[in-house]
Design a protein around this ligand. Structure first.
Ligand SMILES: *[C@@H]1O[C@H](CO)[C@@H](O)[C@H](O)[C@H]1NC(C)=O
Ligand SMILES: *[C@@H]1O[C@H](CO)[C@@H](O)[C@H](O)[C@H]1NC(C)=O
Length: 309
């Protein structure tokens, strides 16, 4: 006997025992937690498991609270709220997929649902099946507006559940005095978020980012704003200040150098004038006496007649 055959046999046994355990009666199997997006279709999934060959559906009822949304009984749909239908197109009593489709999901659709099914060969329902729908809506890209009072306002709308706005700039991921997010709920149940930041104090920083985070802490969108008014002019003023601080020493040093050059020029000219007529008598007013350095040295060697006398 080869291994493949043994494998197949083993699988066949596993399947048959599993069927024997669950397969006594058809039962309803529903997805407990369903997610829906605002404005989109949502699916609440329920399927009859282990149907027999002759299983046919006698009754299906979908309820939210005490309100009946969809009711099939006596071979026909008896009640149907607008926007709620069987997920399977052209559903009939022999279709075991009794999932509910919500065509245009709203925040109000969030909550607990109940599905009851009766078939020709199912036992009376014994346990309540829990089905819930969670609705989410994406927040819009934040809009940033600067007011004349120096506050930068960030706003993001149309999200659900309640989210948060956070500020950051090129220096820090989170501003130290991060302002609180104001949240208001519109009639549709969606949230409008806004947050005000005073930008006058942050004069050296000009790029602000406002990010919107959803209820589970995921960043959804962000926008940047460059503050061009007060902080910018202050910055320019600072630049001007540093410019004059640089220019002033340059002027002082420049004039100093110019003065030195001038002095050097005058000195050189004067010394040249002194040296050229070195052979002609000129110095110390002793007219007619040779006053060149060599002559004076020779005289000096000769026992300093002038000083020692
Ligand atoms: C039930 O029907 C819906 C809509 O056609 C489908 O998305 C879903 O996968 C079906 N579920 C099962 C278990 O077949
Ligand atoms: C939050 O945002 C993250 C990242 O974009 C996303 O994966 C998650 O599904 C969102 N959660 C909700 C509740 O919207």
């Amino acid at each position: 006997m080869n291994m493949a055959l043994m494998h197949i046999l083993f699988i066949a046994i596993v399947i048959s025992t599993a069927n024997a355990k669950e397969g006594d009666f058809p039962s309803l199997d529903c997805k407990a937690e369903n997610l829906g997006q605002y404005g989109q279709q949502s699916l609440l999934e329920c399927v009859i498991k282990n149907p027999k060959e002759d299983t046919s559906i006698l009754m299906v009822s979908w309820k939210k609270g005490s309100r009946t949304l969809l009711l099939f009984r006596n071979g026909a749909i008896q009640l149907q709220e607008p926007g709620f239908l069987f997920a399977q197109a052209s559903w009939n009593a022999s279709n075991m997929n009794v999932s509910l489709l919500i065509t245009n999901t709203a925040v109000a659709h969030q909550g607990r649902y109940k599905c009851d099914v009766m078939t020709n060969n199912s036992p009376p329902p014994t346990e309540l099946i829990k089905i819930s729908l969670k609705v989410t809506a994406k927040y819009s890209k934040p809009t940033l507006t600067l007011k004349t009072d120096g506050t930068l306002t960030c706003a993001s709308n149309g999200g659900y559940p309640e989210g948060q706005l956070r500020w950051s700039n090129e220096r820090s991921a989170k501003l130290p005095n991060d302002p609180q997010t104001q949240a208001t709920q519109t009639n549709s149940g969606l949230f409008q978020l806004s947050s005000k930041l005073v930008v006058g104090k942050e004069s050296s920083v000009s790029d602000f980012t406002c990010s919107v985070f959803n209820a589970s802490g995921g960043r959804e969108e962000e926008s940047q704003f460059q503050v061009k008014d007060e902080p910018k002019t202050e910055e320019q003023r600072k630049e001007l200040d540093t410019a004059t601080k640089i220019v002033a020493p340059v002027v002082v040093i420049g004039s100093l150098i110019a003065g030195l050059l001038l002095a050097l020029l005058i000195y050189r000219r004067r010394s040249q004038n002194n040296r050229r007529p070195s052979t002609t008598p000129l110095m110390r007013g002793h007219v007619g006496v040779p006053t060149s350095d060599e002559v004076m040295m020779e005289e000096g060697d000769d026992k300093y007649p002038d000083n020692t006398a």
